[in-house]
Design a protein around this ligand. Structure first.
Ligand code: ADP
Length: 394
């Protein structure tokens, strides 16, 4: 057993787990939430038992991590390293790295690319280094998996100086999830990953799709930020690039208001006017709510279009993979999306589709091309990288 602490630090929350890097099993999971607010607290789970531990009012990352450290030391575990999820690695980080002063300095240079996420990640890393001073700390980047994309896939058709001087290009996110499910798919297919052409769809609150050719990511739907591409819970995905300017002139919206609208008020929530939650929308649509049905239809239509276009990119496909909360559980979404691809020779087997839910993997295809449902485990990717890199550094 190789136990690793996995941390995901946001601006007001820290998700944490102790995970066995060999099995992917977590013995402790939790979240410190509402940091910086009067009701800061830690919720955690060991086995079936859930607990809530209040933190001092307005507790920040440092205090929260000291409490997480105390919790972990109560568990009788002997962690070997700390793995940190970092959202944006820019072009500097093409793989996971052992964190030292140089890495922290390079991380600061990416702040403009993910102003909400990366400063919080660095704050978390520094607090965790104080809480666990004797352990190696490793950063695992959401963008790293997509650093194999070719230039023709990652460049926007904008003046090239914007890329050369400011790094404005498509980066992609959810890399650990696409990495995990693509390797799992290769295992199920009984082929080396280097011989697999795959389309992987990560459908959670955030959604993205990746084209993987011979085991390497060659395209993905999220761009400079996690807003481009598919319809998501509250994010719009692809829109006409002129719209922010139009909204500003028509409604007097400033940049902050526009960003708020595109990130938090759009997607499934925006179209349905009801919810960003796929389950709620499926129930509402079944009871005759037309806006809920329309939101789900647009979600599926956009996804089917992306799958079709990525078939051009991957070459002869070995499998399509669904993952994330929606991809792993919504048989309705999967059947509807694949139904839109029926003229291309793809079809879902209704029984197999219903069986692949709630953490169960399965090939749901009725036709020759496998369509896999694979539960993702991003924390396991982080734990394995943290273990391997900390071993190499010894
Ligand atoms: P996050 O991106 O925050 O990690 P998840 O991967 O947990 O999110 O996905 C959340 C989404 O999964 C929500 O839209 C939720 O409605 C959907 N979901 C979870 N279970 C089901 C289910 N049984 N049927 C349909 N959708 C589901």
């Amino acid at each position: 057993m190789h136990q690793i602490i996995v941390l995901n630090c946001g601006s007001s929350s820290i998700k944490f787990a102790i995970m066995d890097a060999d099995s992917g099993e977590a013995s402790l999971t939790g979240v410190a939430e509402n940091l910086g607010n009067s009701d800061a607290r830690i919720k955690y789970k060991t086995g079936q038992q859930s607990e809530v531990m209040p933190l001092p009012e307005y507790a920040e990352h440092k205090l929260a991590l000291a409490s997480i450290q105390a919790l972990i030391s109560e568990q009788n575990s002997a962690p070997l390293a700390v793995g940190h999820r970092v959202v944006h690695g820019g072009e500097t980080f093409t793989q996971s790295v052992l964190i030292d002063d140089e890495v922290k300095h390079a991380l600061k240079a990416t702040f403009h690319m993910a102003p909400l996420h990366n400063p919080a990640a660095l704050q978390g890393i520094e607090s965790a280094q104080e809480a666990f001073p004797d352990l190696p700390h490793v950063a695992v980047f959401d963008t790293a998996f997509f650093q194999t994309m070719p230039k023709h896939a990652y460049l926007y058709a904008l003046p090239k100086a914007l890329y050369e001087e400011h790094g404005i290009r498509r980066y992609g996110f959810h890399g650990s999830s696409h990495y995990f499910v693509s390797h799992e798919a290769a295992r199920y297919l009984g082929k080396p990953i280097e011989q697999c052409n795959l389309i992987t769809a990560h459908l959670g609150n955030g959604c993205s799709i990746a084209a993987i050719r011979q085991g390497q990511a060659v395209d993905t739907s999220l761009g400079f930020t996690p807003l481009e591409g598919l319809v998501m819970g509250t994010r719009c995905g692809d829109i006409c690039p002129s719209l922010p300017g139009v909204l500003s002139e028509l409604l007097g919206y400033n940049t902050k208001r526009i960003s708020e609208m595109l990130n938090r008020e759009s997607g499934l929530l925006g179209i349905s006017g009801l919810s960003n939650d796929c389950r709620t929308l499926e129930e509402a649509a079944e009871s005759g709510n037309e806006d809920a049905a329309l939101a789900l239809h647009i979600f599926c239509y956009r996804l089917a279009k992306y799958i079709g276009s990525y078939m051009v990119v991957t070459g002869p496909l070995d499998a399509i993979v669904f993952t994330g909360g929606i991809g792993e559980n919504s048989s309705w979404i999967r059947e509807t999306v694949i139904g839109m691809l029926e003229h291309l020779g793809h079809k879902v087997d209704p029984e197999k589709n219903l069986a692949a839910r709630f953490g169960k993997a399965g090939n749901i295809a009725a036709t020759a091309l496998p369509i896999w449902v694979i539960p993702t485990n991003e924390e396991w990717v982080i734990a394995r990288d943290a273990l391997n890199i900390s071993k190499q550094s010894n």
